[in-house]
Design a protein around this ligand. Structure first.
Ligand code: HSE
Length: 429
């Protein structure tokens, strides 16, 4: 076996293989040898237990080595990973990868190559860290029509939101901690802007709905523009704010989105804290199930990747790759539910002039669009505040149609008494 990359995930894989060779070989049904490791920078300091590892001169020499039959790709990024994975498959090697960007963006090409050379591509480590959600959706729940998925898929974002909510920690400080703890991507922008989550959602959609959706076709917002005030108001309304990935099948089509979402306190997803991930799955036979576990970090992800390696060695991964045929060629894109058919409750925050008639004007526009108000928060700014100075007005709606909310907000944002673009988040019960 050859390992590409010895960063957070690759380092965890090497450690697991070296610390527990007996149980891994026994469960694989054959000995697994870490024959070569390719890294970008050999001079980088390594953990003590990885000091004597045998480094290859180049990644190419590993994927071209005829004595190696499995490649584990943990280098991340898309350009080099794509080239090396395609070459490894062409050279007759099976591949285990934790690279969600690679699969979300180039899944069709990677799996076409795997089929051409009759090799397995296993990717449990690409979504949900240590949670076995790929195997669950691809194999264990294969008898179901999945009806919906609601998921927290980025440990870094969940860690940041947890620290901002519970400890009042500043965003930048919480992000730095998540990076220090090894949860974040090499470029943490991909975590906080929602890219990492939408890549993972695209993979789950392939598994659950047998359809290939380009990540760019999924409406996506991250937590990078989230104001801590909205976390506080959401709390007053009995909700936590989570970066939620959602996929829901209805007669109108598939609803897909990623964004900060209000989730009611006391429901399982609202209680997922720190770097944990969770996926709530509803299937027609299953009913609902919640998968929860550590979604980021070296050893949880290594647990998933080495599980794939065992599956490959045991011959199961190739059977799954052949039969499930992920990312089929020329698959039609999914039918997406139009905004006129999508219903949800909404959290809205307006920054308005504190003067007579403003609340009435906003309520009037919402009413004209069929949007009913469920709760309102406006804190008293006192009689000494300068007249017409901007104040926040928070509204939670009853179920409303997305297209109506979009049109109403466009009108409200144009009012002269509205001082800043309105904030709008979905609410999931
Ligand atoms: N950066 C990712 C996260 C790691 O924070 O969840 C796992 O993909």
């Amino acid at each position: 076996m050859g390992l590409l990359g010895l960063g957070t995930v690759g380092g965890g894989v090497a450690r697991l293989l070296r610390e527990h060779p007996d149980r891994i070989d026994r469960r694989a049904g054959r000995p697994i040898e870490l024959a070569a490791v390719a890294v970008r920078d050999r001079g980088r300091p390594r953990a003590q237990e990885l000091k004597d590892i045998r480094f290859a001169d180049t990644a190419e020499s590993v994927v071209n080595d005829p004595s190696i039959d499995v490649i584990i790709e943990t280098i991340g990024g898309v350009t080099d990973a794509r080239r090396l994975v395609l070459a490894a498959l062409a050279n007759g090697k099976h591949v285990a990868t934790a690279n969600k960007a690679l699969l979300a963006e180039h899944g069709a090409e990677i799996f076409a190559q795997a089929r051409r050379f009759d090799r397995a591509v296993a990717f449990e480590g690409s979504v949900g860290g240590g949670i076995p959600i790929v195997q669950a959706l691809g194999v264990s729940l294969a008898a179901n029509q999945i009806q919906s998925l609601a998921a927290i898929l980025n440990g870094t974002c969940n860690y940041i939101l947890t620290r901002m909510t519970g400890d009042g920690m500043a965003y930048a400080h919480a992000l730095a901690e998540a990076q220090r703890l090894g949860y974040a991507e090499a470029d943490p922008t991909l975590d906080v802007d929602g890219t990492d989550t939408v890549h993972k959602l695209a993979i789950l959609v392939q598994l659950a709905f047998e359809t290939s959706v380009a990540p760019g076709a999924i409406p996506t917002r991250g937590i990078d523009a989230l104001d801590v005030a909205d976390i506080t108001y959401a709390g007053e309304l009995g909700h936590a704010v989570k970066l939620l990935a959602l996929a829901r099948l209805s007669d109108a089509g598939l609803e897909l989105r990623v964004g900060p979402t209000l989730v009611k306190h006391g429901t399982p997803l609202a209680e997922v804290r720190g770097p944990y991930n969770a996926v709530r799955v509803v299937g027609d036979a299953l009913g609902d199930a919640l998968f929860q576990g550590r979604g980021a970090g070296a050893m949880p992800t290594a647990s998933a990747v080495v599980g794939d390696l065992i599956d490959i060695a045991a011959g199961r991964a190739l059977a799954t790759s052949r039969i499930r045929a992920y990312w089929p060629a020329n698959a039609p894109p999914p039918v997406l539910a139009p905004p006129s058919q999508i219903k949800s409750r909404y959290y809205l925050r307006f920054t308005i002039a504190d003067q007579p008639g403003v609340l009435a004007r906003i309520a009037h526009i919402l009413g004209d669009h069929g949007i009913s108000i469920a709760s309102v928060i406006q804190h008293d700014s006192g009689d000494d505040a300068p007249e017409a100075s901007p104040v926040p007005l928070v509204i939670m709606t009853h179920l409303a149609i997305q297209a109506g909310v979009d049109s109403a907000l466009a009108l409200i944002n144009r009012l002269d008494v509205v001082h800043a673009p309105s904030v709008c988040m979905r609410v999931e019960e």
